[in-house]
Design a protein around this ligand. Structure first.
Ligand SMILES: [Mg+2]
Length: 242
């Protein structure tokens, strides 16, 4: 289904002044963890500990050694999983099942403002995450925004190749038909935005930390809801009315 966003009517009637650098966009590509919700909610600590436990189990090493290996692979390969696969031939399926096999609902709840924002943005939307798509669906479900996305691309959908490997972006493109020059890419890790920029995407970094400047980052957001201002959306008004 074609959904044109070129006409300043319809969905854009709720918009005031949109940044002109965003006028041509048809697609919004979102990272998941620490982008759609803050990892400071404690969820990452649980995932991090489960990864550590899994590394200890499959490599038969003590927990402190497992933590060291976990972090080394994360730096070297982009994810701990990619390192375990490359160095030890570990099967990705059981790893992802174990790491994400817990109830995430104590760590987050519905975000009606995010939902209102996503519903107001007429673009096609996709999630592109280094986590599993099952984890992504769980998070989107708890946030109450699962129906706001056209595609959910987890690491298993892109051959277990994590961002920022350019091959991951190629696979994502092949799976979704996303057109890079008509897309915005939103992530909390600067290194994931670099390949996106190289493909011709507009890039936005979500970060609460004091930021460095990157020549491949077009927009800096403190939290995902800041997108509203960029697109000229009065979030207070629309979130209050839904
Ligand atoms: Mg992230």
């Amino acid at each position: 289904m074609e959904r044109s966003i070129s006409a300043p009517t319809g969905s854009y009637s709720i918009m005031a002044a949109m940044d002109p650098r965003l006028m041509h966009l048809e697609w919004l590509c979102f990272d998941l963890d620490n982008t759609l919700y803050p990892l400071s909610n404690g969820l990452w600590k649980v995932i991090d500990d489960r990864i550590q436990a899994y590394v200890a189990k499959v490599l038969h090493v003590p927990l402190d050694e497992a933590r060291r290996i976990q972090k080394q692979y994360w730096r070297q390969y982009g994810t701990t999983l990619a390192g375990l696969m490359a160095e030890h031939g570990i099967e990705p399926g059981p790893y992802l099942a174990y790491v994400h096999d817990f109830d995430i609902s104590p760590f987050m709840g519905p975000n009606p403002r995010l939902r209102a924002l996503l519903k107001a943005l007429p673009h096609r939307k996709l999630i592109f995450t280094n986590a599993s798509s099952e984890h992504a669906h769980n998070v989107l479900h708890v946030l109450g925004v699962e129906d706001c996305f056209d595609y959910v691309i987890g690491v298993e959908e892109v051959g277990y190749i994590p961002k920022p490997d350019p091959r991951a972006y190629e696979q994502c493109q092949a799976k979704t038909g996303v057109i890079p020059t008509q897309s915005m890419f939103i992530d909390d890790l600067p290194e994931n935005l670099k390949p996106a920029k190289a493909l011709g995407m507009v890039t936005a970094l979500v970060s609460q930390r004091k930021r460095a400047h990157f020549d491949f980052v077009d927009f800096y957001l403190t939290r995902i809801e800041d997108l509203a201002e960029l697109f000229g959306i009065d979030l207070d008004r629309i979130a209050g009315s839904r």
